[in-house]
Design a protein around this ligand. Structure first.
Ligand SMILES: *[C@@H]1O[C@H](CO)[C@@H](O)[C@H](O)[C@H]1NC(C)=O
Ligand SMILES: *[C@@H]1O[C@H](CO)[C@@H](O)[C@H](O)[C@H]1NC(C)=O
Length: 279
């Protein structure tokens, strides 16, 4: 009995250590599609569904390590409320999730231990709309739950690169709202978002999507990652959905936090929390 326990403990340790960032075991569909589309189950293992203390979907978050996810700060601070007012011990994040109305074989939820909002977050301009969730339990990393790669701070995005936004947001009758959907969004020049949104912040945000394309994200997608593939075939988080999605008309691009600008803050904060980024 003792040796069985030791062996399985050792195996769990070895496999958690050898799980790479940004490599799914199920490949996502990356052919061009029209409108939102159901994602292949398990093809975005970095994605978590954030549920508040009343059981409502707050948005998405992205796994960075075995206790840490990154999301947008606006889930936790806004006009009239701050992270201190929320009953965070009753919030949860579901990982290995696909269909929100059924118990998927690989899904499991984790409680929040705490949330660290970027100290420069501005609730009116949405500057620095980044927060880290620290989970109470250790996240089990496996084939269905994996960390995403963080880009190097020097990484510059490429205008025209097609990236993907997975999320459970309302797909405004273009898709199935119960399952994880994905939409392909090309990165646009800052000037496109500046023309739509006078508040766009070129230094900390990245513009992606379409001005007239039937594809967009919705409110529940706030905090979802904009995922791009690097030259080595690894998926990294280029953006965090922050504002601009008009999913009813799909006539405006989306505004994302430009993650490389936050890589240093994320890594330092993870280290201070006791869970340094491993990759
Ligand atoms: C927050 O953003 C608003 C609107 O852009 C701006 O007027 C205000 O000065 C900002 N606050 C801080 C502390 O930077
Ligand atoms: C979406 O676009 C329509 C048409 O331009 C506009 O009337 C509406 O206010 C927009 N909604 C949001 C949330 O920006």
């Amino acid at each position: 009995m003792l040796s069985i326990l030791l062996t399985s403990g050792l195996l769990a340790f070895v496999s958690a250590q050898s799980i790479p960032c940004g490599i799914p075991t199920v490949q996502p569909v990356t052919s061009r599609i029209v409108g939102g589309k159901e994602a292949v189950a398990g093809s975005w293992p970095y994605l978590g569904l954030v549920v508040d203390d009343l059981g409502f979907i707050a948005g998405s978050a992205t796994v960075l390590g075995d206790h840490v996810l990154v999301t947008s700060a606006q889930h936790f601070e806004g006009p009239g409320f701050s992270v201190f007012d929320l009953d965070l011990k009753h919030w949860r994040v579901y990982l290995g999730e696909h269909n929100i109305h059924t118990a998927d074989p690989n899904e499991r939820y984790y409680h929040f231990s705490r949330v660290i909002v970027h100290p420069g977050f501005n609730i009116s301009s949405l500057a620095n709309d980044v927060a880290l969730i620290i989970t109470r339990e250790t996240i089990q990393l496996n084939n269905n739950v994996r960390p995403v790669c963080l880009p190097d701070p020097s990484h510059q995005y490429t205008i025209g690169q097609v990236c993907y936004l997975p999320g459970w947001g309302s797909t405004s009758s273009t898709g199935n709202e119960e399952v994880l959907n994905q939409v392909d969004l090309p990165i646009l020049a800052d000037s496109v978002c500046q023309a739509h949104f006078p508040d766009f912040i070129p230094d900390g945000e990245v513009c992606a999507g379409y001005e007239n394309g039937n594809k967009d994200f919705c409110g529940d997608d706030i905090g979802s990652p904009l995922l791009c593939k690097d030259l080595n075939g690894m998926w990294f988080i280029q953006g965090i959905a922050s504002s601009g999605g008009n999913c009813t008309f799909a006539n405006e691009p989306g505004v994302f936090e430009d993650v490389p600008r936050y890589t240093n803050w994320i890594k330092t904060t993870m280290e201070q929390a006791g869970y340094p980024y491993q990759y």
